[in-house]
Design a protein around this ligand. Sequence first.
Ligand SMILES: [Fe+2]
Ligand SMILES: [Fe+2]
Length: 169
Amino acid sequence: MARDILKTLKSEHDELRKLFKDMEDTTDRAKKTRAELLAEIEAGLIPHAKWEELVLYPAFKARADRDGLKTHAEAVQEHRAVELTVLPDLKTKPTDSVEFAGSAKVLGEFVDHHATEEENTMFKMARKLFSADELAEFDAQYEQWKATPQAAKEMKNALSQPSPVAVGA
Ligand SMILES: [Fe+2]
Ligand SMILES: [Fe+2]
């Protein structure tokens, strides 16, 4: 089967949905499991979001019509909300608190909402805007990018924000 970036991104969305479901099933006593799940969520979410921001979104924007531009603006704004408030806020909560459970749920709901919109709107538009060859090429580039120092740096920057969660784990 030919490579396809949209299928890769969709399967990463599904992995994240599963991690959030696992998180929701934890109790306030499951300090270590929560810290591990949060680390897995960040390891899945950050490179995914960064690559969308660096490569897919600009390429999409360059070919989009007015509806596409609105979809693009909405997606960018949702990324910003997660990066600037929802995720950093979660990381200030002790993993054994009910506040952590509530914030993790909000992050999961945000991510699910955003991912569903990408799948149902942006990716459907992208399938018309890009050829199968282009989608395969993006997929190969994404795999390579995830193995680069730049991708590792994006992760490290995001993870070096103050995180009592990591300290208390
Ligand atoms: Fe996204
Ligand atoms: Fe995505």
